[in-house]
Each structure stands twice: as structure tokens, then as C-alpha cells.
Design a protein around this ligand. Structure first.
Ligand code: ADP
Length: 407
């Protein structure tokens, strides 16, 4: 091995040493919801306090930035390393879509080039210490999953996403054989778009025959992780770039994602083939409750389409953001706003433990009501993303102007 290659191998190994486990998300074909599942698994893992990376290795059609509502963000370069976009203190994201503008993305990548890019995404990214890295691969068993498996095989396991319609096809079986050939352990199979929960009565209806995922898992002796129903809000949140688990955190579908993650993390304790560091992951999970005790401030930022809403009374959802004592965001979730009845919002936010509301504008009556609840109000805030607004506020760099709706 040449010296240069050896240096590269050492650099890669050093990075892998800091990542406890990687979940490589695969599917037999496109459109089964693989990226949707990948990002929401990542969000669920990070919401438990696990330091999570989300790596989108789809070079031709990266969809992770859209699903997370960060298409306008870009990774930066510091000390010759790519610095991921931080969705929260626990969640770092890297994707080709965060590197290039759409017009530049029509680059033709061939096999060896792709392999190099994927290596760069691991070796030359300042991931820091991660408990888990969720890797969203393009569909099929082509160059990208192969590179990922070859580069990170030692710390990874695969999660295979399928749908009731796709489950019996040769593509999904190919995916399983691909993992077996590469000795990539399979953490399990997820059946997505399985059944429909009636929004009116809550009853679960199987539109297409479901249960195939479980049978497939049994056939190949791999774990079955669970089913995610067909949920119109997933499509809506994806189209609007609102991370599903942030904006719909209390739904039954969100619960299903959480149950799957619970299973993945717990199975780590029992099954050797899910990786070597689950005890550490489990420990981190146990530490999560400790971490929650560290929350020093809880902010609420009124939003419209994921961005700071200038008019408090017209907001669609609130970003509820926890920060720790160092001023870092440790958790960000979105809650749909209750009806804007007089007095309701101050009570509702105060019951959630919010200590500070940062808004573009707010009427004086609402400000009084917040004051009565002991909630601080900052008005005239300018900015886009709620997390940035909070971080700037804590650093003392938040731009504020006139209260935009004190009519
Ligand atoms: P893939 O990565 O497999 O190509 P995507 O995650 O991009 O698939 O999803 C394809 C489409 O299916 C998107 O419009 C997405 O919103 C939708 N989708 C994914 N999962 C679900 C689900 N459980 N219910 C409804 N729509 C879904």
C-alpha cells in the first residue's frame, strides 16, 4: 500500500473510531419512503439524546435537505474539513444537496468518483463523536451502498425499507442477499406505507395486503422492525420541508417511528450482529434523562412554514427549543398552534415550561398575559430559522427591529 493510501486508511479509521454505529438505510427500489424513514429514524434517535449524524449519499437526487427543510443551508469548510449542517446540538447533516446548488448537481458521477465522494463524506467531515450515523443510500444495490458497506462495514448494520407492494419482488430479496454477501449485518426490515389510519375514526385499514415484511424477515431470519402506515401528513410534511417527527411528534405514526427506534436500540443489547457498541448506545440512552435535566431554557418561536413568523397571532406552529447552560440547542420540536383564542397561547406555552418567546411581533395584550405567566417576550426578532434565532439571541447577536404587529 502506498504511503498516501495508508494515510487515507488511517484517517478513515480515525473517523470511524468516533462513530459508535452506522445504520445504512437501503431499499430495493425508489419511492418506497426510504429517505423519509431514514431522516425520521435519525430524528427519533437524536430526540433521545443520542448524538446523531444523517448522511445522504444519494449523489444524483439528494432528498434529505428537502425533508429536513434545510435546502437553503450549506455545509462549510473549516481546517480542511466539511462541517455538517447542525439541525440541533445532537443532529448533524451532510448531503450533496448541502454542498452544491441545484444547477450544479447535474454532475455525472461515475463509480470510482462516487466512491471517493462517499469516502470524503466520512473521512473528511467533522462529525465529532457520534452515537449513530444514519446513512440514506440511493435505491438498489449499486455503487453507493457498495461503497458505504465497504468503507464502514465494521461499524454498520443495514435497515431495509420496503412496502407491501414491493415486498414480494426480486429487488428487495436482492437487497438482503447484497447485505449477506458483504457480511453487512441486517438490523431489520421496515414495512412502510403499510395500512392506512383513518383520520376520522382512527381505525387502521389495510389498503394493500400487509404483513409481507414480517414474512420476508422470517424467510431470511432477520428481525422485523415494524410497520409505518400510509399517512397523508408524511407527504405534506415532505413537500413542505417540515421534518415529520418535529411537526407531528404526537401522532400515531410518530409513535411507530419511536417504537422502531426503541427496538433497534434495545436489540443492540441482545444481538451481536447489530454492532459492537450498543452497550455504549444504551448507556447514552440511559444518560438521556440526565441530559434533559440540563435544559436551562425553553424557548418558543412562532413559525409559518418552518420559518419565523412575523405575526404571532397568525403563526401555524411553534418551534419549542431547549437549550443547555452553554447556550447550545439540545432539542427542537414543532407543535401545531392551538386556536388563537384570547389568553390561550400564553397559558398553553407556559404549561409546556416555556420561559421565553421570541417573536417578530406581538400585541401588547398578549405580552401582558405572558408577563402574568412569568414568560419573557422578545419582539421585533428578525431571522429565518427558529434555531438560528434562539442561538443568536443567546449570543447577543439577534437583530431586532420594531414590534411588527403591535396594532
Ligand atoms: P425513497 O427514498 O424510497 O425514494 P421517499 O422517502 O422520497 O422515498 O418517499 C417517496 C414519497 O412517498 C414521498 O412523497 C414521501 O412523502 C412519500 N411517503 C413516504 N413514506 C410515506 C408514508 N408512510 N405515508 C405516506 N407517504 C409516504
Amino acid at each position: 500500500m502506498s504511503n498516501e493510501k495508508l494515510t487515507d486508511e488511517i484517517a478513515l479509521q480515525k473517523k470511524l473510531d468516533k462513530i459508535k454505529h452506522a445504520f445504512v438505510v437501503l431499499s430495493g427500489k425508489g419511492g418506497v419512503g426510504k429517505s423519509t424513514v431514514a431522516v425520521n429514524l435519525g430524528l427519533s434517535l437524536s430526540s433521545r439524546g443520542l448524538r446523531t449524524g444523517i448522511l445522504d449519499v444519494d449523489i444524483h437526487g439528494p432528498s434529505v435537505p428537502k425533508l429536513l427543510g434545510i435546502t437553503e443551508k450549506r455545509v462549510t469548510v473549516q481546517n480542511e474539513e466539511i462541517v455538517p449542517v447542525e439541525l440541533s446540538k445532537n443532529t448533524k447533516v451532510v448531503s450533496m444537496g448541502l454542498l452544491l446548488d441545484a444547477s450544479e448537481q447535474a454532475i455525472i458521477w461515475r463509480g470510482p468518483l462516487k466512491a471517493n465522494v462517499i469516502r470524503e463524506f466520512i473521512q473528511n467531515v467533522a462529525w465529532g463523536d457520534l452515537d449513530c450515523l444514519v446513512v440514506d443510500c440511493p435505491p438498489g444495490t449499486g455503487d453507493e451502498p457498495l461503497s458505504v458497506a465497504q468503507l464502514m462495514g465494521s461499524i454498520s448494520s443495514a435497515i431495509i425499507v420496503t412496502t407491501p407492494q414491493e415486498v414480494a419482488t426480486i429487488d428487495v430479496e436482492k437487497c438482503i442477499t447484497f447485505c449477506k454477501h458483504l457480511n453487512l449485518p441486517i438490523a431489520g426490515i421496515i414495512e412502510n406505507m403499510s395500512g392506512f389510519v383513518c383520520p376520522d375514526c382512527g381505525k387502521e385499514v389495510d389498503i394493500f395486503s400487509s404483513g409481507g415484511g414480517k414474512k420476508l424477515a422470517e424467510k431470511f431470519s432477520v428481525p422485523f422492525l415494524g410497520k409505518i402506515p400510509l399517512d397523508p401528513d408524511i407527504v405534506k410534511s415532505g413537500d413542505e420541508g417540515k421534518p415529520y417527527l418535529y411537526f407531528y411528534s404526537t401522532t400515531r405514526t410518530a409513535q411507530k417511528f419511536d417504537e422502531i427506534v426503541e427496538q433497534i436500540v434495545n436489540s443492540g443489547k441482545e444481538k451481536q450482529n447489530v454492532g459492537q457498541n450498543e452497550a455504549a448506545i444504551q448507556k447514552t440512552l440511559e444518560d438521556t434523562s440526565e441530559q434533559h435535566k440540563e435544559v436551562s431554557m425553553k424557548f418558543a418561536v412562532p413559525t409559518y412554514q418552518g420559518k419565523l413568523c412575523a405575526h404571532f397571532g397568525h403563526c401555524e406552529a411553534f418551534a419549542i427549543i431547549d437549550t443547555d447552560s452553554s447556550g447550545k440547542v439540545i432539542k427542537e420540536v414543532y407543535e401545531n398552534s392551538p386556536p388563537h383564542e384570547p389568553g390561550l397561547l400564553p397559558r398553553w406555552l407556559s404549561q409546556k415550561g416555556v420561559n421565553c418567546v421570541i417573536a417578530g411581533g406581538m400585541g401588547s395584550r398578549a405580552q401582558q398575559l405572558f408577563a402574568q405567566q412569568g414568560v419573557m417576550v422578545v419582539t421585533g426578532a428578525q431571522g429565518e430559522y427558529p434555531r438560528d434565532v434562539v442561538e443568536q439571541y443567546l449570543k447577543g447577536t439577534l437583530q431586532t427591529g420594531a414590534n411588527t404587529c403591535d396594532h
